[in-house]
Design a protein around this ligand. Structure first.
Ligand SMILES: [Fe+2]
Length: 558
């Protein structure tokens, strides 16, 4: 049985994945192939890549599962919100809702587009409720037999937050909080107010938060402990022309993009992050209480808040925590693809996700061809891990392009930029020369799993950089470039059997320097998706201040 899962909302993060029976074979976000960040168009390129990887034609698919409810469900819910005054209704908002509905309905949620592009197929097309797809993407990859599963995002077709109970491979809904009482909405609207892109740049607010101080009261906008939380949509949702009007009326004019950040902005970032953490903690407690289960799974865009995730784990409210690394809407395709497993009382496979290397792999032959096309002088390394470690120890900034590409927003040692974490100014150096991004956004460490307890106070099993932990005070001086201003870090613990090449690189670096930790950030320039092809890698390498590129067995130096 072949099942294709897709995420396609026409809004952001379109993606596709293919599963054979109950095993995911391949997954990729459309943005990696189209090169348009957060691409929300029909994931034609991603679907083609899935079919190619599985070696099948579209007519051999059994299911095409889309992780959204049928368009009319969202449309009717939105009309209800406008009619009852839960959501401010202006003519532009109504027009947008109607346009979106008509477009999705016309396409039958993408089915027509699929047939147009890929020809006839015997596959059954179905809609999978958005939050169910998120919930499957968390529970089925957690390895927990029993789990409370929280889905927290901006919105699904009508849902904002939901709780599920996973038990023995089945997944039952417990409760749902409908849009617009949405934690994702709360965070996104303040992200916008602070001059960043909503539903995309929440990271920046999270990174800025430790530079602010407490004291700003946001209870008018959110009550983070009201069984479980309550936001004020009427204040948060502005109009098309003034999206932050409600917030501006109370907190003053919004920050212009790229303008100076003052104490008010930093304190507001602190307050927003703090409220989100409190709400997530309340939700975690409520989930455990309701389900009597102390294993917690998280998915949905709000679950990308690594700081809040780390606090939930460190609080002891739960025994074990699994956060789907592709917690945003790209990850919905994983759950959608597995949804047919639940047919006729069937069970989901429940396996522990040990890595996110679900994307494409490029052979050395293909890499060599690319390097020759661009007439680049490259040397072949006998051991690319040792060669990379040597360069890193010399203070070089490296592009590292190896193996299958990661699925989800983080680079985890396949499409990464690496540097020496011991050098305090490395953070600024990589920022200025390579990433061209905001000064306050921290870089993350990849460290040997064996060294995690030596360096970290918690989150010692953290393969996906989705949990923040405190660096042990005595180790903060050893890895200053990856320790945030508040002593935290967002670690990736690398296990030898999961990614032997990357493990070896870090180990070789450790042998040379005594520190088995490297600084790891995604291989892309600011505003671009992570590199996918060797051409993307070469172009990014030469458009930045990177010193060397270790790509497959080849080393290119400037
Ligand atoms: Fe979502």
């Amino acid at each position: 049985m072949f099942s294709l899962g897709i995420n396609y909302s026409q809004v952001h993060d379109s993606s596709a994945c293919i599963a054979r029976d109950d095993e995911v074979l391949f997954a990729i976000a459309e943005e990696r192939l189209s090169r348009a960040k957060h691409d929300g168009r029909f994931p034609a390129l991603a679907i083609r890549a899935c079919l190619e990887f599985a070696g099948i034609r579209a007519d051999e698919l059994d299911f095409v599962c889309q992780g959204w409810s049928a368009p009319r469900v969202a449309f009717l819910h939105d009309l209800g919100c406008y009619a009852t005054g839960k959501q401010p209704a202006d003519s532009q908002a109504l027009l947008n809702t109607t346009r979106h509905f008509v477009s999705m309905w016309h396409q039958r949620g993408g089915e027509n587009r699929f047939r147009q592009l890929f020809g006839p197929t015997k596959a059954q097309f179905r809609f999978v409720d958005h939050h169910l797809a998120h919930a499957i993407s968390a529970y089925a990859f957690s390895g927990f037999d029993d789990a409370a599963v929280l889905v927290l995002d901006g919105r699904g077709s009508w849902e904002a937050s939901s709780l599920w109970l996973g038990r023995g491979g089945s997944l039952e809904p417990v409760w749902t909080i409908p849009w617009p009482n949405s934690l994702g909405l709360f965070y996104a609207q303040f992200t916008q107010y602070l001059g960043f892109q909503p539903y995309s740049d929440e990271w920046k607010v999270m990174g800025l938060a430790p530079y602010g101080e407490g004291g700003l009261n946001l209870r008018e906008f959110i009550i983070p402990d009201d069984n479980p939380y309550r936001v004020a949509p009427k204040l948060l949702i502005g109009s098309e022309s003034a999206p932050s009007a409600g917030i501006e009326a109370r907190l003053g004019p919004k920050r212009a993009a790229e303008s100076e950040l003052d104490a008010h902005h930093k304190n507001l970032a602190f307050a927003v992050q703090d409220a989100c953490e409190q709400a997530m903690m309340t939700l975690a407690r409520a989930a455990v209480e309701k389900t009597k289960c102390r294993n917690l799974c998280l998915a949905g865009g709000v679950a990308l808040n690594s700081k809040a995730n780390g606090k939930i784990l460190a609080s002891g409210v739960v025994d074990r925590l699994f956060v789907q690394p592709a917690a945003g809407d790209d990850g919905v395709c994983l759950g959608a693809a597995l949804a047919p497993c639940l047919d006729a009382g069937g069970k989901l496979p429940v396996r522990k996700m040990r890595h996110a290397y679900l994307g494409s792999e490029i052979s050395d032959a293909e890499i060599q061809k690319t390097l020759e096309t661009y007439k680049l002088r490259a040397r072949r390394a006998a051991d690319s891990a040792a060669a990379a470690a040597e360069l890193l120890a010399e203070g070089k900034i490296l592009g590292w392009f190896q193996g299958r590409m990661e699925f989800g927003p983080r680079a985890l040692g396949s499409r990464s930029i690496l540097a020496d974490p011991r050098v305090p100014e490395m953070n600024a150096k990589v920022n200025n020369a390579v990433k061209f991004r905001e000064w306050w956004r921290p870089f993350a460490p990849s460290l040997l799993a064996e060294a995690a307890e030596e360096y970290l106070e918690s989150a010692t099993d953290s393969p996906f950089m989705i949990l923040t932990a405190q660096v042990k005070p005595e180790k903060r001086g050893a890895i200053p470039a990856v320790t945030h201003v508040d002593g935290s870090a967002r670690p990736q613990t690398v296990e030898r059997d999961v990614n032997p090449l990357y493990w070896r690189l870090i180990n070789e670096f450790g042998k040379r320097t005594g520190v088995p930790v490297v600084m790891n950030t995604s291989f892309n320039l600011r505003g671009e998706p992570i590199v996918c092809s060797p051409t993307d890698a070469v172009r990014t390498f030469f458009s930045s201040g990177m010193d060397a590129l270790v790509i497959g067995s080849f080393v290119v130096e400037k």
